[in-house]
Ligand binder design. Structure first.
Ligand code: NAD
Length: 483
């Protein structure tokens, strides 16, 4: 499944050009060159997609879960069959190491489809029996036409994470991938055609967020919106949807703490912390960007961490040996560099990194940055409060559990936290008091797709995953039968 130079929208089962006839340049972060064109869709394309979804809804919502299961499994099989093509496309669009695309992004995408295709076969609702009076049961019906909007950091992984439960529950979808990384969503539309997904069940519109994305969110026939992206965009979507009482699920930014107590398993913690800091160039919403280390472990941690990070290989994302590829865009590279400057102004000392990496030859115009470790900042400074979303971490010492809890909880965000300790009581206390939606103890990014996923505070609203996602994409109705 080769990727074309000109991406097309997927509407009512067909691949089509945007009505405007205009396209957006699609850059490869690895080379800095334009390698394809993205439809610059507007509200006219969105209207076509919404109408297509509306037309498909009666049949799809009533065709039975087994049919939905079968076609979704076929799409998953096709993605798996063309895994290498999908992985190459993901790396070309994002600049992430090919090993990540091959082992995480694409496998997780077909797993998402299989997970929700099978979950819907087991989905059940509650019954409430009122003795000698009545039986209540909860009828759950699909909502109708729903919108799914996703970001650039884990493109197909997060796109399918929304689309799969929406389709499994019987909804018809109008979806928009990020305009920065649209290629695997385009390949997905080809996979849907090959799998025989009925026309209009899934429609993929490409283009800018403020134009195509907003048109999806605002369309009156779109009854629910599942969004993953930045907190500012989430706020905008919440504002636009509130007057229409649309259902919204918002997965937003983070500034996650990584709390390391001196009694941790040092080797396991160190290996994982290198990964949780810099995987995908630090562009995972769950990366631990603020590292708090108990004081009497601090120096040992710092020296070993710097030593290991210095050995990381940065450059050609298509090489199996690369640890860090390119960051996603020139603008994002500049944003990250501006935060490194800010950290220096705020009194931070760069222990390692902080510089652009010059890669010779074919990749000389790509967007490469060193993994960067900063110390000497307090938890309240802007560097430690704002989301950088790049390969930049700060390290800070702490004395007590109470103190580190206050540091960890001091930001507007509340997505995830990691805690390293062998003391199970302390781990439990920390888990209770950390203001986040996900706590990892002695691990990071271990994901069971059945668990609730999402953030507290400004990191979001609602939860994805497992039954939570199927509940979001259905409308509960209580039916009371007198007996
Ligand atoms: P973004 O908010 O700029 O864009 C996300 C998506 O929203 C894109 O498809 C974009 O085109 C669209 N969009 C933009 N403006 C819109 C509007 N007005 N109406 C409708 N759609 C609009 O985010 P990004 O830069 O693509 O992604 C990075 C952010 O995503 C980071 O903040 C990161 O933490 C967050 N993120 C969160 C999670 C999570 O699960 N909580 C996962 C991954 C990424």
């Amino acid at each position: 499944m080769k990727f074309d130079q000109q991406i097309r929208n997927y509407i009512y089962g067909e691949l089509e050009a945007p009505i405007s006839g205009t396209y957006i340049d699609n850059y490869s972060p690895a080379t800095g060159e334009v390698y394809s064109k993205i439809p610059d869709s507007d509200e006219r394309d969105v209207l076509r997609a919404v109408k297509a979804a509306e037309r498909a809804f009666p049949v799809w919502s009533n065709c039975g879960v087994k049919k939905r299961f079968r076609v979704m499994m076929r799409i998953a099989d096709i993605i798996e069959q063309y895994l290498e093509d999908f992985a190459q496309a993901e790396t070309t669009d994002t600049g992430k190491p090919i090993t990540l695309s091959r082992t995480i992004d694409i496998p997780r995408s077909h797993s998402n489809l299989r997970f929700f295709a099978t979950a819907i076969l087991h989905f059940a609702s509650e019954a409430h029996h009122m003795e000698r009076q009545a039986i209540n049961y909860t009828m759950r019906r699909p909502i109708g036409v729903v919108g799914c909007i996703s970001p650039w950091n884990l493109p197909l992984y997060l796109f399918t994470w929304k689309i799969a439960p929406a389709l499994a529950a019987g909804n018809c979808v109008v979806a928009k991938p990020s305009e920065i990384t649209p290629m695997t969503a385009y390949l997905l539309s080809k996979a849907c055609i090959e799998a025989g997904l009925p026309a209009g069940v899934l429609n993929i519109v490409h283009g800018y967020g403020q134009k195509a994305g907003q048109a999806i969110v605002e369309h009156p026939l779109v009854k629910a919106v599942s969004f993953t992206g930045g907190t500012a965009t989430g706020k905008r979507i919440a504002t636009l949807t509130a007057p229409h009482f649309k259902k919204v699920s918002l997965e937003l930014g983070g500034k996650n703490p990584n709390v390391i107590f001196a009694d941790c398993d040092f080797e396991k913690m160190m290996t994982t912390t290198v990964r949780s800091s810099f995987a995908n160039q630090g562009q995972i919403c769950l990366c631990g960007s603020r590292i708090f280390v108990e004081k009497h472990l601090y120096e040992l941690f710092r020296d070993e961490f710097v030593k290991r990070v210095k050995k990381m290989v940065i450059g050609n994302p298509y090489s199996d040996k690369t640890d860090l590829g390119a960051v996603v865009s020139k603008e994002h590279k500049e944003k990250i560099l501006s935060y490194i400057e800010l950290a220096k102004e705020e009194g931070g000392e760069i222990l390692y990194g902080g510089e652009v990496v010059e890669v010779a030859g074919k990749y000389e115009n790509g967007y490469y940055l060193q993994p960067t470790i900063i110390e000497g900042l307090n938890h309240q400074c802007k560097t430690n409060q704002e989301e950088i979303f790049g390969p930049v971490v700060t390290i800070m010492p702490f004395d007590t559990e109470e103190e580190v809890l206050a540091y960890a909880n001091s930001t507007q965000y509340g997505l995830s936290a990691t805690v390293w300790t062998q003391n199970i009581s302390r781990a439990q206390r920390m888990a209770e008091k950390l203001e986040v939606g996900i706590v990892w103890i002695n691990t990071w990014l271990t994901r069971d797709l059945r668990t609730p996923f999402g953030g507290m505070k400004n990191s979001g609203l609602g939860r994805e995953g497992g039954w939570e996602a199927l509940r979001f994409f259905t409308e509960p109705k209580n039916v009371c039968i007198h007996v």
